[in-house]
Ligand binder design. Structure first.
Ligand SMILES: Cc1ncc(COP(=O)(O)O)c(C=O)c1O
Length: 391
C-alpha cells in the first residue's frame, strides 16, 4: 500500500502524498485561509512553520502557551480576534482541538501520528491534518495531508503539482540511505560517532542557538511576494532542502515500509512514556496521556544545555528544540502574545526525550533538577501535576 493509502486507512480521510509536512501546511493555509487573515498559532514550533504562515500572507497571532503541555493555552485566548487556528500537538501531546470549534482549524500532526483523542486519530478534527513521515515513522522525509472532502483534495493536488520541483534521483537515494544509516546508528548505539561524522562532513544546518538565522532584512524582501512560496524557500527548507521536490518509487516504498513498523513499536513507546512520566520533571499533561505512544516526552529541567551534552556523551541526541519562542525570534513579523513569559520558560527548560529509547536516557534524566515553576499564578495552577498536594 502507498504511504497516503496507509494514512487514509488510519484516518478514514482522503489523503494526498507530499514530499514534506511543511509543503502540506502551506497548501492547507492557502486553501482555507485568505491573505491578510489572522491565524492563531503556538509560539513553540519548528522554525519553518512561522515562515510558511508568513509566505501564505497570513498574520501570525501568537498565542499564550500552556505550561502543562507546551501547546496553545485555550483558556487565555480570545477566539473572536482570529480567523483560523493552527495547532501543533507538540511532541504528540494533543492540542485542545475541540475548543476551537467554529474556527477554521488546520492540524499540524507532524508529532502526533500516533495520538488519539477519545479514540479518534488526531488530524481528523480540523479541515485538514498534515502528517510528517520523518517523525514517528523515521522515513527521512515525506508528508501526507488528510482532508474530509474529495474536492478539497483535488484542489490541493493541483496546487501541490504546481509547486513541486522535479525529482532528483541522486538526492532521493542519498536521503533514503542517510535515513537507513541513522536508524542503524541509533539501534547500534553509535549516535556519538554518527553525530561527529555528520558535523565533520558539514551535514548539520547552521543555527543561531536552536533556531535558524531569521534574516529580517531578507524577510522584508520576500514578503513583497506573498502569497508565493518560492521566495521563502531559504527559510522553509531548514534541514530538508528538497522539501518540495517530487518523490519517486524508491522514497514511496521506503516511507510505506517505515509506516508499517509503527504498530510494532507501539508497546515499547508507551512503556517509555510511562517510565519517563515517573520523573518529577515531566510536563503535567503527560500524566493524562499514559496510553499514547508520544513522539517525545517533554521534561522541564533547570539546566537543559548541560543535560543535552550529557545525553550526547551517552549516545542520545536531542532534537526538536524550539527556543526562543516566535515572539522573540521574529518580533517585528508577528502579533505578540499578551503573555510571552510561559513560552520563554518552556523554550528555555523543555527537554524532549524519545520514549522509544527511554532506557538509554533515564540514567541521565533521572538525576536532573526540575525547572523553576512557570511564571504567573494561572500558569502555576495549570502546570501542577495531578498528584501534587495543594500548597
Ligand atoms: C512541529 C513540526 N511541524 C512540522 C514539521 C515539518 O515537518 P517536515 O520536515 O515533514 O516538513 C516539523 C519538523 O521538524 C515539526 O517539528
Amino acid at each position: 500500500m502507498s504511504p497516503e493509502g496507509l494514512v487514509a486507512a488510519r484516518t478514514g480521510r482522503h489523503c494526498l502524498a507530499l514530499p514534506s509536512n511543511r509543503l502540506g501546511l502551506y497548501l492547507a493555509l492557502r486553501h482555507w485561509c485568505l491573505p491578510g487573515q489572522r491565524l492563531l498559532m503556538s509560539p513553540i514550533s519548528a522554525d519553518e512553520i512561522l515562515f510558511l504562515v508568513l509566505a501564505a500572507g497570513l498574520r501570525p497571532v501568537i498565542a499564550p502557551l500552556s505550561p502543562d503541555d507546551g501547546n496553545i493555552d485555550v483558556g487565555a485566548v480570545d477566539l473572536d480576534l482570529v480567523d483560523a487556528v493552527l495547532t501543533t500537538n507538540l511532541y504528540g501531546l494533543p492540542d485542545r482541538v475541540t475548543a476551537f470549534a467554529g474556527k477554521t482549524v488546520i492540524e499540524d500532526v507532524a508529532h502526533a501520528m500516533e495520538t488519539t483523542v477519545e479514540g479518534r486519530q488526531l488530524g481528523t478534527f480540523g479541515v485538514a491534518g498534515v502528517f510528517s513521515l520523518s517523525k514517528h515513522a523515521g522515513a527521512g522525509s515525506g508528508g501526507v495531508i488528510a482532508v474530509e472532502h474529495e474536492e478539497d483534495l483535488r484542489a490541493l493536488e493541483a496546487e501541490r503539482d504546481r509547486l513541486l520541483q522535479p525529482r532528483v534521483l541522486a538526492a532521493e537515494i542519498r536521503s533514503v540511505l542517510t535515513s537507513v544509516a541513522r536508524h542503524t546508528a541509533v539501534r547500534l548505539n553509535l549516535v556519538r560517532p554518527a553525530l561527529w561524522a555528520m558535523r565533520a562532513l558539514g551535514m548539520e544546518e547552521e543555527r543561531e542557538g536552536h533556531r535558524i538565522a531569521p534574516r529580517p532584512g531578507d524577510l522584508d524582501e520576500a514578503l513583497k511576494h506573498v502569497p508565493e512560496l518560492p521566495p521563502f524557500d531559504s527559510w522553509v527548507q531548514a534541514d530538508l532542502h528538497d522539501y518540495r521536490a517530487r518523490r519517486g518509487g524508491l522514497s514511496r516504498l521506503y516511507q510505506a515500509r517505515r509506516l508499517r513498523t509503527l504498530p510494532g513499536q507501539r508497546a515499547r513507546r508507551i512503556a517509555g512514556v510511562r517510565a519517563l512520566a515517573e520523573l518529577p520533571t515531566v510536563a503535567g499533561a503527560v500524566h493524562r496521556h499514559l496510553d499514547q505512544p508520544l513522539f517525545r516526552v517533554p521534561l522541564l529541567v533547570a539546566d537543559r544545555e548541560a543535560a543535552i551534552a550529557e545525553l550526547e556523551r551517552r549516545g542520545v541526541s536531542t532534537g526538536y528544540l524550539y527556543d526562543p519562542p516566535y515572539d522573540d525570534y521574529l518580533p517585528g513579523f508577528v502579533e505578540l502574545s499578551p503573555e510571552p513569559e510561559v513560552a520563554r520558560w518552556w523554550g528555555r527548560h523543555a527537554l524532549p526525550v524519545d520514549p522509544f529509547y527511554a532506557h538509554r536516557a533515564l540514567p541521565v534524566v533521572r538525576e536532573l533538577a526540575a525547572a523553576p515553576p512557570p511564571p504567573g499564578d494561572r500558569a502555576v495552577r495549570s502546570a501542577r501535576r495531578p498528584s501534587t498536594p495543594p500548597a
